[in-house]
Design a protein around this ligand. Structure first.
Ligand SMILES: *Cc1c(COP(=O)(O)O)cnc(C)c1O
Length: 369
């Protein structure tokens, strides 16, 4: 029996061990440990990778989302359109500036924000749309950008799961006025701890975020605005620079594994496989299937040594943290349907085709075909 963990850093770490240790040694020897050369270098490399003019490194993805909204002066009394089925961080960033997250349901085919549902959620208080490229697939950005222009709304992309994905040939993280990403270890580009960044083509907004992340200060001990300490760590920046050149190859490995899953799992009735929308690419941060027998399938696979996870078991509107918004079950039935039926299969760079085959054979075994 081949056991397959949900995620392993083993092959990836082995591939980059020498480069990462060398990068960390350089920081150690530099004797400059906060906002030094490594952060500057990674910011310019990631901006080039993401085809934006600027990148600002921050402490984590949630802070990146939060600082984007702060820099855009979104505040109490404002509303921000968010997906009903995202990770809670997207909503929390809105709450952190005192604004109200207004959920919009996804398309069941792509799990991404359904642009045809956006207009109905817009009110005179709406200030921004936060598309999340969930699981690694780019949202329908041309329709989202057109609606944003029509209603004069800002777009802030949550690109935590989709580094390197594109829509209509343009990279995610380059459509919105200020966009956020996360380098949490399990993300497609992951640090050895917490890290995040904003990407933008607006130099003045980039400068505002640089000030906000560093105590609201441009000149040491002179504070212009009420800021935060949310600097990208120098060591993490060095690690990220060492890993970034491998990201395209790792993305191809993710896509090849997804194609194998797609081929070997095709035709099982009651098992919905992910679909990629026209114009979008998918970098498979997660390979998510849906089935009404989700819990039984998950425990069957666990018994066979196959690790799976649920992204995410409870949608934000039903979390205790958001009880004050007053949403009841069935308020957002598509998000709830996804939460009740989704299952993420093992997928990571360096996972072998044999391991993927073991997963699909076990799933076929569960369905007896
Ligand atoms: C990981 C993630 C975040 C938050 O990133 P952290 O670095 O953990 O703060 C935000 N949004 C989405 C969609 C994520 O997957």
């Amino acid at each position: 029996m081949t056991s397959v963990p949900f995620l392993s850093f083993g092959p990836q770490n082995q591939q980059i061990r020498a480069q990462v240790l060398e990068a960390m040694t350089q920081v150690f020897d530099s004797e400059w440990y906060v906002l030094g050369e490594a952060v500057k270098r990674f910011e310019s490399e990631y901006a080039a990778f993401n085809q934006t003019t600027a990148c600002v490194g921050v402490a984590n993805g949630l802070d990146a989302l939060h600082l984007a909204l702060r820099a855009l002066n979104i505040k109490a009394g404002d509303e921000v359109l968010v997906p009903s089925n995202t990770y809670i961080a997207t909503w929390l960033a809105v709450s952190m500036v005192g604004a109200t997250p207004v959920p919009v349901e996804p398309s069941l085919a792509t799990y991404n924000l359904d642009p045809t549902r956006l207009e109905a959620a817009i009110t005179p208080r709406t200030r921004a749309i936060m598309p999340v490229h969930l699981y690694g697939q780019a949202c329908q950005m041309s329709e989202i950008m057109a609606i944003a222009r029509k209603y004069n709304l800002q777009v802030v992309e949550d690109n935590a799961q989709a580094q390197g994905a594109s829509f209509g040939g343009q990279l995610t993280g380059s459509f919105g006025v200020l966009n956020a990403t996360s380098f949490y270890p399990g993300k497609n580009l992951g640090a050895l701890g917490d890290a995040g960044a904003l990407t933008t083509n607006d130099e003045s907004l980039a400068q505002q975020v640089r000030t906000l992340r560093n105590y609201g200060s441009q000149q040491k001990y002179y504070n212009e605005v009420l800021g935060y300490n949310s600097r990208l760590d120098e060591l993490q920046a060095a690690v990220l620079s060492a890993k970034l050149p491998f990201l395209p190859e790792w993305t191809q490995q993710r896509q090849a594994l997804a194609a194998q899953y797609q081929a070997e799992l095709a035709g099982i009735s009651g098992l919905h496989l992910p679909t990629v929308a026209p114009g979008a690419t998918h970098v498979y941060h997660l390979y998510v299937v849906r089935t009404p027998q989700r819990d039984a399938l998950q425990s069957y696979l666990a018994g066979q040594g196959i690790g799976t996870l649920i992204h995410y078991p409870v949608p934000p509107h039903l979390q205790t943290a958001y009880k004050d918004l007053g949403y009841k079950p069935n308020a957002f039935p598509l998000a709830e349907e996804i939460a009740a039926t989704c299952l993420s299969l093992p997928l990571w760079p360096g996972m072998s085709p044999e391991q993927a085959k073991a997963v699909t054979e076990m799933i076929r075994g569960f369905y007896n075909n």
